[in-house]
Design a protein around this ligand. Structure first.
Ligand code: FE2
Length: 260
């Protein structure tokens, strides 16, 4: 089984480049399933019903999120009824939504788990312990399990990769919006990459207009962020998994830049 995983989709530029290229990518890599991190898909902050539906219509089966999940308040009205949008599983008790899901791909089932780091990020439940609990539950249904670890610190992400090595098919990082070149298969068969990067404006600071961010760093007056315009990029990975064992066979990075 081949799964295409798209890095944080940022605003309209991220959605537009997918509209133009996703079908072709799907064919070129012969993928069975597409998932994406969508926490910045609506205007660079959060996700709305309309934007989520736009992404689902493109063929994305599930959206993971992270610290920006609540940025568009309307999500609180529909996340409980929308199993295709996850928020990190290690959020505190009583948080709306869910942190994991099972997706049916033909005869097979794929478990997806969303976690958020606690180093340089808001305090939540320990993602390592929550990962163990959640994976135990998912394993009752499938041995193909994908983990989006939305985290800031590379050390925390790499540690999670080794912590879950052999227990899941893939651990990929999101949140930093910068694709790392450390994709590998860990010793016990888990595909790993520290960050899959961003699907959004190419000439930007993490998706935001670069001049505004420079202003932010050179002024004591707050600056309103806007998604950058111009060329866009798709950052993603394709993971190939042995369906009988759940172990990863291959992990490949995609970094495609548009000329729009
Ligand atoms: Fe984030």
């Amino acid at each position: 089984m081949k799964i295409l995983i798209l890095g944080d989709i940022v605003g309209r530029p991220g959605r537009n480049i997918l509209k133009e290229n996703l079908e072709e990518l799907k064919k070129a890599y012969d993928v069975d399933l597409i998932i994406a991190n969508g926490e910045n898909a609506a205007g660079g902050n959060g996700i709305t019903r309309k934007v989520a539906d736009e992404l689902f219509e493109m063929g994305i089966s599930l959206l993971t999120t992270g610290n920006h999940v609540w940025d568009q308040k309307e999500i609180l009205q529909f996340i409980d009824e929308e199993p295709r949008i996850l928020r990190p599983a290690n959020y505190l008790e009583g948080t709306p939504g869910r942190g994991s899901a099972i997706i049916e791909v033909g005869e097979k089932k794929v478990g997806v788990l969303n976690l958020q780091g606690i180093t340089f990020m808001p305090c939540n439940r320990n993602p390592f312990f929550v990962a163990e609990e959640e994976i135990k539950k998912l394993k009752r249904e499938t041995n193909i399990i994908i983990v989006d670890f939305h985290a800031e610190a590379t050390s925390e992400k790499i540690a999670m990769g080794y912590f879950l090595d052999g227990k899941v098919s893939c651990v990929f990082g999101t949140h930093t919006h910068v694709q790392t070149a450390d994709e590998k298969i860990l010793p016990q068969g888990t595909a790993y990459i520290t960050d899959i990067g961003m699907t959004g404006p190419y000439e930007s600071v993490l998706g935001i207009d670069k001049d505004l961010i420079i202003k932010r760093f050179t002024s004591s007056v707050p600056v309103r962020f806007e998604v950058a315009k111009g060329p866009a990029q798709i950052n993603a990975i394709v993971v190939e998994i042995d369906e009988s064992t759940g172990k990863a066979l291959k992990i490949e990075r995609i970094n495609k830049i548009s000329s729009q």
